[in-house]
Design a protein around this ligand. Structure first.
Ligand code: TPP
Ligand code: MG
Length: 564
């Protein structure tokens, strides 16, 4: 029998990961990781990519896992290399994305001796992983099974194995792949919930039920939601990432809920106050919506299997369960709808949509509401729209109607503006066309990923909204505060840089296209990208607040039955 050593361990670990659905491994260059890198390169079922920057590699794996629903893996050398995965690890942990992190280490005898390029990698990511294994003396396939189970079971997340390797780091003989395991592993779907009362929602028959859905959910979610919402006559307010549509889905939820009268009071949810709110998954992006939930005092049933599920602390009842499994468990009589409740929501939704489109068309080009509106409504059916944190995800939520023929993905676990291009590249490696709507600071944060996108030839179109700084901060109190002068605001929040994103993209050898008008942008965005390209839309940060307010005011006026 072949003697187990670090090379056969790595070979079997990689084969075990492939059995569990891992198809791409993002390796970063180094010496200490030679045994695992060779094993990854030798396995025919694995696409092995080398990404220079571990931070970028971590986000690519994250984006790939979000787009495919399958765990992705990263491989690094020892030392500070491993620390660069941290932001992607945190995002994966909080957004429930399966990620397997393999860091290489010195052998045990050299730990704690100050050997070069070493640090303490044991439990490096602390409480942000579901499992940590210091993989000394492990057998490869059982290690793979443990990592896969940890990363994919329940609310998915991160499994980290620290792999100590000793010299020689290159085997005497080439590594021969060990092939598929005779017993294929499951696909890691979330576990079903036990002990959920099948009549939990049916008791609300005839009452005004409002459903608020958030986060990225399983593919079966939309069908189950449609069944339950239809029976209850419940309007559904869904987050951009939550891919649902149908008669019950309110397409302009953020605009409706955020509409306020001259006294500043939001009125739609007061007029259409529900008797009970069913919250499925994490909090929605829409601030007016979650702030209303926090202060409304309305009964709220929260359904989530995430570790941190109720930052509002407003749930009157919590069901610890994957939202899809919960919906599937519910039996609701077909005639449980409250009279006219859904119809009333839908009538307001139509008014808001018409007013929004008219107001946007009336603003000078280029405006940020128009950019989000055009991108959200014209990206091709079947493609992925990656929404960067900061304004892009919020503007898509507000200014583009909900669609179910595209997938919107985002890093909303910790809402970082980091690693966004890398994440979108990882998603595009899954084979689907990707359009990324992103702000200028987020582009600068991850600019090296532009060169990786070019090298990998991914079908990725980047719509970079350049407002020369952090536009979102114009919405903060310090933008208008008497105690923060303009110069201080600009230095610490506005942060203008004066850079051309097109020039940066060209320096990375990325194709750059220009658009002259709203119609131009619509025409370009409507076609699938054939390779990596960037389109810069230069907007004016000074106009931002005014553009947003004008559209929101027009919507509020229309809802109140007045024209302005
Ligand atoms: C890694 C990280 N650093 C800092 C922040 C804080 N932050 C939130 S939004 C923002 C500005 C983003 O600017 P840009 O990408 O240009 O988008 P805009 O607001 O202009 O639309 C910053 C710095 C963050 N979310 N993530
Ligand atoms: Mg900006």
């Amino acid at each position: 029998m072949e003697e187990p050593n670090q090379f056969t361990m790595c070979r079997d670990l990689v084969a075990g990961l492939a059995d569990g659905g891992v198809s791409v491994v993002f390796v970063s260059p180094g010496s200490r990781n030679t045994p695992i890198t060779l094993a990854v390169a030798a396995d025919p079922r694995i696409t092995d990519l080398n990404i220079r920057d571990e931070r970028s590699a971590g986000f690519m794996a994250l984006g790939h896992a979000k787009a495919t629903g399958r765990p992705a893996a990263v491989v690094s050398t020892s030392g500070s290399a491993a620390a660069h995965y941290f932001p992607a690890v945190v995002e994966a942990d909080q957004s429930g994305t399966p990620l397997i992190v393999l860091t290489s280490d010195r052998p045990l005898r050299l730990r704690g001796t100050g050997a070069p390029q070493t640090m303490d990698q044991v439990a490096l990511y602390g409480a942000h992983v579901k499992d940590f294994v210091d993989a000394v003396g492990f057998e490869g396939r059982s290690l793979a099974a443990r990592l896969l189970d940890s990363a994919t079971s329940g609310f998915p997340g991160v499994a980290h194995a620290n792999l100590p390797f000793d010299e020689p780091l290159v085997p005497a003989e080439p590594i021969t792949p060990s092939g598929a395991s005779p017993v294929p592993k499951g696909d890691g779907l979330r576990t079903e919930c036990e002990h959920v009362d099948a009549g939990l929602l049916a008791v609300h028959s005839g009452r005004r039920v409002l459903i608020v859905a958030g986060g990225q959910q399983r593919p079966e979610f939309a069908g189950e939601l449609a069944r339950v919402a239809d029976a209850l006559g419940a309007p559904v307010l869904a987050d951009p990432q939550t891919r649902v549509l149908g008669e019950n889905v309110i397409r302009h939820a953020d605009l409706l809920v955020g509409a306020h009268g001259e006294d500043g009071a939001e009125f739609v949810l007061d007029r259409l106050r529900p008797d009970v709110v069913v919250r499925l998954g994490p909090l929605p992006t829409s601030k007016p919506l979650f702030m209303w939930m926090e202060r409304s005092g309305v009964d709220q049933i929260l359904v989530s299997d995430a570790r941190l599920a109720d930052p509002l602390r407003s749930a009157s009842m919590s069901v610890e369960c994957d939202p899809t499994a919960f919906l599937a468990s519910q039996v609701v009589p077909p005639d449980a709808a409250a009279d006219g409740y859904l119809e009333h929501w839908r009538a307001l939704d139509r008014i808001a949509g018409d007013a929004m489109r008219e107001a946007i068309a009336g603003r000078d080009w280029p405006s940020e509401p128009a950019t989000a509106h055009i991108v959200g409504s014209t990206v091709p059916s079947g493609s992925i729209l990656w929404a960067a944190s900061s304004r892009p995800i919020r503007d898509l939520d507000a200014f583009s109607a909900t669609r179910d023929d595209i997938r919107i993905l985002a890093n909303r676990g910790v809402n970082g503006i980091d690693g966004t291009i890398s994440s979108a590249v990882g998603a595009a490696l899954g084979g689907t066309h990707v359009t990324l709507l992103i702000g200028d600071l987020a582009v600068l944060h991850d600019a090296t990923a532009l060169s990786e996108a070019v090298a990998l030839e991914v079908p990725l179109r980047i719509i970079a909204v350049n407002n020369d700084g952090g536009g979102i901060f114009s919405f903060l109190p310090q933008a208008q505060s008497a105690i923060v002068d303009h110069e201080t605001f600009e230095r610490h929040w506005g942060t203008p840089h004066g850079l051309s994103l097109s020039d940066i993209a060209r320096a990375m050898r990325m194709k750059v296209r220009t658009v002259e008008s709203a119609a131009d942008l619509g025409t370009v965005v409507a076609e699938n990208p054939s390779g990596p390209e960037l389109i810069e839309v230069a907007t004016d940060r000074a106009r931002l607040l005014e553009d947003h307010r004008a559209v929101r005011h027009a919507v509020a006026a229309a809802l109140l039955g007045r024209r302005e």
